[in-house]
Design a protein around this ligand. Structure first.
Ligand SMILES: C[S@@+](CC[C@H](N)C(=O)[O-])C[C@H]1O[C@@H](n2cnc3c(N)ncnc32)[C@H](O)[C@@H]1O
Length: 382
């Protein structure tokens, strides 16, 4: 049996590792040994005591992604066990007749650090976080095929190698039908993390007018229209996404007469709507991350504030504002304060009714707050 190389910590990360934090940054190590990406390593403290086992990445800022406190032994068997467990957890909660698009593997949250696997019916769309993950999970397609029972996979798509025409498939989410462009769709196809939030909005949409800002292929609008919304307006800057949104309405047998599609910048749309004194009963705001890094936070804060102010302005009296942020660098408290302050600067009050995150198929480890990226607040605007 080969002996795994050892890396020594310069920083005292013992507590974080014992609690289950899965990342070790390169600057936390005494030195970076010359080993190949994907190699399983033993992580030890300065005193030589073993703290964790993980795999090595030569290139990215995260040098080791932790797999287990115990020796890994047969890495393929460990990965396969975790793949099967992750799938069983999803299938136990999802009604496959209604939902056949979901996240099978949410990386660190499923103790399979460095990979994300989304299932679109029989197609697995895979993302590797760097060279270490690509090397460690080098037979991922084979392992997924082996662990997919009772499902059968027909295709594997690597998110990094997407682009161009890989074809479209149709999937269902809570009974709502979606066209997914495998080659060009954003985030691998759909924003699966919002499934449960789309359902929460649907539960409140009957008889209401709905504005869906950053609407992509119409997710929130489709759910709302199917639940009996009187009118939906979907705004997105990406024309192809909106064209798919329109097709999704048709696919679901929903009237286009009561659906508007606006290919424009959301803030410009809101500015104009506010000037024309337009109002909607429910306004949803699900922008791309304004803070992809910590450095971007100051600019992001003012962008979120402006968005929340304008979005609150166009909510009808006693209507709902449903605001999301998918930036892990923008903490939950700050996000909620931004929604409240935004509404206040529009002369409105925001009475929070619920806050949620990503769907259950995007699990978050308690010791890994970096994984808790999505916030979704629903509140009444008075
Ligand atoms: C997080 S996704 C929204 C997902 C969507 N809510 C859903 O449920 O599928 C963000 C969307 O914002 C769009 N977008 C990015 N910048 C924009 C802008 N300035 N104005 C309007 N839409 C924008 C992107 O094209 C993308 O579809």
């Amino acid at each position: 049996m080969s002996v795994s190389p050892k890396v020594i910590l310069r920083k005292n990360l013992g507590r974080a590792l014992r609690q289950g934090h899965p990342w070790i940054f390169r600057d936390a190590l005494v030195e970076a040994p010359a080993i190949r990406s994907g190699t399983v390593v033993v992580v030890a403290g300065r005193d030589g005591r073993t703290l964790a086992h993980g795999y090595w990445d030569c290139t990215g800022p995260i040098a080791v992604r932790v797999l287990d406190p115990h020796p890994v032994g047969d890495a393929r068997a460990l990965v396969c066990d975790r793949l099967r467990l992750a799938l069983a957890k999803r299938l136990a909660r999802l009604d496959r007749g209604k939902t056949n698009a979901f996240r099978w593997v949410h990386g660190e949250g499923d103790r399979l650090p460095g990979i994300h696997v989304d299932l679109y019916d029989c197609v697995a769309v895979v993302r590797f976080d760097g060279a270490g993950a690509r090397a460690f999970y080098r037979d991922l397609d084979g392992m997924l095929a082996e662990c997919s029972a009772p499902l059968t996979l027909s295709r594997f798509v690597d998110r990094e190698q997407r682009g161009g025409n890989l074809g479209e498939i149709e999937v269902r989410e809570n009974g709502v039908r979606f066209i997914v462009d495998l080659g060009r769709g954003q985030k691998g196809g759909l924003f699966l993390d919002q499934r449960e939030n789309r359902q929460a909005v649907a539960g409140r949409a009957a008889g209401k007018s709905v504005l869906n800002l950053y609407g992509y292929t119409g997710g929130f609008s489709l759910y709302a229209a199917a639940a009996g919304a009187t009118h939906t307006d979907t705004v997105d800057i990406a024309r192809p996404a909106l064209a798919t949104a329109r097709r999704n309405f048709q696919l679901n047998g929903l009237s286009l007469e009561h659906a508007g599609f606006h290919a424009t910048d959301a803030l410009a749309f809101l500015d104009q709507a506010a000037r024309r004194e337009k109002r909607w009963d429910i306004v949803i705001s699900d922008p791309p991350s304004f803070a992809p890094s910590r450095l971007a936070l100051p600019k992001a804060r003012s962008a979120y504030f402006r968005l929340h102010c304008l979005a609150a302005t166009v909510v009808a009296p006693d209507g709902l504002l449903c605001a999301a942020s998918c930036s892990s660098h923008f903490p939950r408290d700050e996000f909620l304060a931004s929604v409240e302050r935004g509404a206040a600067s529009a002369g409105r009050g925001f009475r929070l009714e619920s806050v949620s995150g990503a769907g259950f198929d995007h699990p978050v480890l308690p010791a890994f707050p970096e994984g808790d990226y999505l916030k979704f607040a629903i509140g009444r605007v008075v």
